[in-house]
Write a protein that binds this ligand. Structure first.
Ligand SMILES: NC(=O)c1ccc[n+]([C@@H]2O[C@H](COP(=O)([O-])OP(=O)(O)OC[C@H]3O[C@@H](n4cnc5c(N)ncnc54)[C@H](OP(=O)(O)O)[C@@H]3O)[C@@H](O)[C@H]2O)c1
Length: 314
C-alpha cells in the first residue's frame, strides 16, 4: 500500500516507518523541521516537508502523493515542559488533533484515500468512577481536570471525526522506550514522586509495540477505536519504583496529597490518584496484535537497563 505517515520523524513515526517498509508498504513520511528530511529518508521513506496547520499545503501534499492510506502521528510535544495547565503544554498538539485531522480528512476524501488512522490517547481520559481498567465502550471523563478541558476535547474530536470517516483512532498508552523523555528525565532526577498512596492507574506501551499495532490497524478493514496499551495497567506505586530501578535512579520520593495540591494544583492530584487504565482486549482480538513487551515490567528493563558486563558483546 502507498502509505503517507504524517509525523514520520517523531517518537512513534521513526518506529513505524521501518515496520511498514519491512511489510512491503511504500512510505511517504512527512516532517516539519527541515533538519529531519535525511532522518526520514534513512528510515526508508520518501521525505516530504509538511505543516499540518496549513490546510492548503495539506491538500496539495495529499493530492500530489495520492496515498492509499494516511497515518496521522503528528504532535508538537518535543521540548515541551509539563506545566500546571495541560492545555498550555498541548495547545499546538490540540490544533494538530482538530484542525490538522480535519484538513487531512478533507484532503483524503478528495484524493480517494481509503484508509485513515490517527493517534489518540488512552490514559487520564476515561471516567474516574467505577473499575480501574476501562474498555473503549466505557464513558470518557465528563468533568476532566480544569486545565485539561481543551486537550480532552481535542482528542474526542479526533476520535469522532476519524471514526465517522470510516477510519481508526488508536488510543495509545503512555509511550516509553525512546532514548529520553519527560518522564524518564524526571524520574532520573527524582522529581517524579508517588503522590499520596499512588493509586492512580496508568497504561503504558512500548513504542515498538505501538508501531506494530498501527501496522495491524492499517491492514484491518473497518472503522473503530482501539486502546493500544500493554497487558498490565498499574498504579504509580507499582510502576514508578520499577522504572526508577531500570533507569538506575534513586527510588521515587513519597509526597502527601495536600502538598501536591498546594504546589501543583488539583489537576496533578486527580491524575495521580484517580486516573484509570485501559484494556487492550479489543485490539488483540480484532487486530490480531501481539505484544513483544506485554508488561512494563519487562519493557522498562529492556528499554533502559544498561547491559551487565557478562552481556556485553565482545
Ligand atoms: N502516547 C504518548 O505517551 C505520547 C504521544 C506523543 C508524544 N509523546 C512523547 O512526547 C515526546 C515528543 O514526541 P515526538 O518526539 O514524537 O515529537 P513531536 O514534537 O511531538 O513531533 C511528532 C511528529 O509531529 C511532527 N510535527 C510537529 N508539528 C507539526 C506540524 N505543525 N505539522 C506537521 N507535522 C508536525 C514532527 O515533525 P518534526 O520532527 O519535524 O518536528 C514529528 O514528526 C516524546 O517523548 C514522545 O514519547 C508521547
Amino acid at each position: 500500500m502507498r502509505v503517507m505517515v504524517v509525523g514520520a520523524s517523531g517518537a512513534i513515526g521513526t518506529r513505524l516507518v521501518p515496520q511498514l517498509t519491512s511489510r512491503e508498504h511504500e512510505v511517504i513520511g512527512t516532517f516539519r523541521s527541515p533538519a529531519k528530511a535525511e532522518r526520514v529518508r534513512a528510515l526508508g521513506a520518501r521525505p516530504v516537508a509538511l505543516n499540518l496547520l496549513d490546510p492548503g499545503a495539506v491538500r496539495r501534499a495529499v493530492l500530489d502523493i495520492r496515498p492509499e492510506a494516511i497515518i496521522h502521528q503528528a504532535t508538537a510535544l518535543a521540548g515541551q515542559r509539563f506545566s500546571r495547565k495541560l492545555d498550555r503544554t498541548f495547545a499546538e498538539t490540540n490544533r494538530l488533533r482538530t484542525e490538522g485531522t480535519d484538513a487531512l480528512l478533507a484532503a483524503a476524501r478528495e484524493a480517494g484515500t481509503r484508509r485513515f488512522i490517527a493517534q489518540s490517547f488512552a490514559p487520564y481520559r476515561y471516567a474516574r468512577q467505577g473499575g480501574m481498567v476501562k474498555t473503549e465502550d466505557d464513558p470518557l471523563d465528563a468533568a476532566p481536570p480544569a486545565g485539561a478541558h481543551e486537550t480532552n476535547a481535542a482528542m474526542t474530536h479526533l476520535d469522532q471525526a476519524v471514526t465517522a470517516a470510516g477510519g481508526i483512532a488508536l488510543r495509545y498508552g503512555g509511550f516509553y522506550g525512546g532514548a529520553d523523555d519527560t518522564v524518564t528525565r524526571a524520574v532520573r532526577k527524582r522529581r517524579f514522586p508517588i503522590i499520596g498512596d499512588g493509586e492512580g492507574v496508568t497504561s503504558w506501551i512500548h513504542l515498538d509495540d505501538a508501531a506494530a499495532a498501527t501496522v495491524a490497524a492499517l491492514e484491518h478493514p473497518g472503522a473503530g477505536i482501539y486502546n493500544i496499551v500493554d497487558d498490565e495497567p498499574a498504579p504509580a506505586r507499582e510502576w514508578l519504583p520499577v522504572l526508577a530501578d531500570a533507569l538506575a535512579a534513586k527510588p521515587p520520593r513519597h509526597v502527601p496529597v495536600w502538598l501536591v495540591r498546594l504546589l501543583m494544583g488539583e489537576d496533578a492530584v486527580m491524575g495521580a490518584t484517580q486516573s484509570r487504565g485501559a484494556s487492550n482486549a479489543k485490539a488483540k482480538r480484532e487486530l490480531g496484535w501481539t505484544l513483544r513487551y506485554p508488561s512494563w515490567r519487562q519493557g522498562f528493563a529492556a528499554a533502559y537497563s544498561r547491559p551487565q558486563p557478562a552481556e556485553v558483546a565482545v
